[in-house]
Design a protein around this ligand. Structure first.
Ligand code: UT7
Length: 323
């Protein structure tokens, strides 16, 4: 059977780093409050020349170089983002154009922080269904552009960045030993909309709007939703937490990550944490964390890697990949 195998991974971050202490002069907050409540120490913030498309393009070029491929090898560009360059056309098409790809197809996917997990799952279906042979799956965001910089309860939490992987259709045996995407579970429930949303949009206010979040409410639901969807993915693949080599969760809050790993019985040393470096970069957070753990030699070919995310909607999901 066909499997969607990871051939490469790459990332891109804005040049400017904003540390927790940089907020101290402009609002009532402290490095101590932010670090203790979230684990965040710094985040990257895009300047006027850096956009979701430019960061996404740079992440794609890095992933292609890592895979030993060129843009012409790609026939699907799938971008997970909630901060596109324009309302339309899709920013994925702009990235496709920036890469000089004139064949195949490209589109955006909007599942907020769960976007990359949704996009990997979607690309896997296109590759296994024979609609494409090689996909760039990207998570790229410029959340700094939709933050209310006067709301200390949200603006300290988010950052900008992009990560990408190359997936390629390849024959497998149909067993858990195969490389590639092995199992996935996706969920959503719109009844939670008012807990995390943006208060604007083309069809309502004709503005971009600002992110609004009831942080404590999101926190309350996060661990249960994450552990449920991860357990569903384990059941699908007939594995347990002990079989995992790496757990690469959405990087929103270290307390949520620690509590989820503990409830799932995943050992601390298998958990990849980058929230301290990047803050919450929404759809970019999982591929950014992957790129760090691949670059530093932790994630190696053959490792069993579990990705999960939860965010606005609510949306949540998990994907199991043998690297
Ligand atoms: O990616 C999508 C998923 N999003 C998330 O996962 C976010 C989930 N939520 C969280 O991470 C946490 O709820 C937060 C980090 C947002 C907040 O942590 P918390 O422990 O839930 O704090 P809290 O909301 O209970 O607020 C505690 C206090 C409040 O003051 P009072 O009402 O107790 O006097 C806030 O006003 O902290 C205050 N506060 C701040 N203080 C200093 C809120 N923001 C700040 C700040 N600096 N930046």
């Amino acid at each position: 059977m066909l499997r969607s195998v990871v051939r490469g991974v790459g990332a891109a971050l804005p040049r400017r780093i904003m540390r927790n202490t940089d907020f101290e002069g402009i609002m009532e907050t402290s490095d101590e409050w932010i670090a203790q409540r979230t684990g965040i120490r710094q985040r990257h913030i895009a300047d006027d020349t850096e956009t979701t498309a430019s960061l996404g393009e740079a992440a794609c070029r890095a992933a292609l170089a890592n895979a030993g491929l060129v843009p012409g090898d790609i026939d699907l560009v799938l971008l997970a983002t909630s901060t596109p360059n324009n309302t339309f056309p899709a920013t994925a098409v702009e990235i496709q154009e920036r890469l000089g790809i004139r064949h195949g197809f490209a589109f955006d996917m909007q599942a907020v922080c769960s976007g990359f997990v949704y996009a990997v799952t979607t690309a896997d279906l296109y590759l296994r269904g024979g609609q494409a042979r090689r996909a760039l799956v990207i998570g790229a965001e410029t959340f700094s552009r939709i933050l209310d910089w006067e709301d200390r309860s949200t603006c300290v939490l988010f950052g900008d960045g992009a990560g990408a992987i190359v997936l390629e259709a390849a024959e497998g045996q149909g067993t858990i030993s195969d490389r590639g995407v092995l199992a996935a579970s996706l969920r959503s429930d719109g009844s939670h909309k008012d807990k995390l949303y943006v208060d604007g949009g083309p069809s309502t206010t004709q503005t971009v709007g600002h992110l609004r979040m009831q942080g404590r409410e999101v926190f309350k639901h996060a661990v249960g939703m994450i552990t449920d969807v991860v357990e569903a993915t384990f059941a699908q693949a007939q594995i347990t937490a002990a079989d995992l080599d790496w757990f690469v969760p959405h990087q929103a809050n270290k307390r949520i990550i620690d509590a989820s790993a503990k409830k799932l019985g995943i050992a601390d040393e298998k958990v990849v944490i980058t929230v301290d470096l990047h803050g919450n970069t929404s759809a970019a957070s999982v591929p950014l964390a992957l790129s760090v753990a691949v670059a530093d030699g932790r994630i190696k070919q053959g490792d069993l890697v579990l990705l999960e995310a939860m965010g606005g909607g609510f949306t949540w999901g998990a994907v199991l990949i043998r690297w």
